[in-house]
Design a protein around this ligand. Structure first.
Ligand code: THU
Length: 135
């Protein structure tokens, strides 16, 4: 799976975002070690804290389908009708991703478009993290 294809899929996920309160629409495409891809979008709620980020939606989507070994995620987000900017994952999503990957190898792709993107390891975004091995 090349980066451009995963980013394209993240844009597909973004189409399903339910964000009537923030009007900030986020999509994610999560690549598993076995090559399968799961999409996610942010899902807001009239009771604001009950909403969920696109990244966590994608992880829960994958795990609920039996996948526990994650390889990479592409994330796209921005306000409705505005130019895309990079949308880094929030701290809670970084921790949720951490559970199901090797953070020194897992890649986070932040994209404005198919050709304009940045790549980080999860370790770079969540250094000295706490994971299953610590328990
Ligand atoms: N959001 C995400 O889905 N992912 C991120 O990485 C940052 C924020 C969502 C949560 C909320 O629905 C909206 O964007 C504004 O914070």
């Amino acid at each position: 799976m090349d980066d451009g294809k995963l980013i394209e899929m993240a844009f597909q996920g973004r189409k399903r975002a339910y964000a009537p309160y923030s009007r900030f629409f986020v999509g994610a495409a999560l690549l598993c070690e076995d090559g399968s891809v799961f999409l996610g979008c942010n899902i807001e709620n009239a009771s604001y804290p009950a909403g969920n980020c696109a990244e966590r939606t994608a992880v829960f989507h994958a795990v609920s389908e039996g996948k526990r070994r994650l390889k990479a995620i592409a994330i796209v987000g921005g306000r409705e009708g505005q130019d895309m900017d990079y949308c880094p994952p929030c701290g809670i999503c970084r921790q949720v991703l951490r559970e199901f990957c090797d953070p020194s190898r897992f890649m986070v792709i932040l994209a404005k478009s198919k050709s304009e993107y940045q790549k980080f390891t999860l370790d770079q975004l969540l250094p000295h993290s706490f994971g299953p091995e610590n328990l």
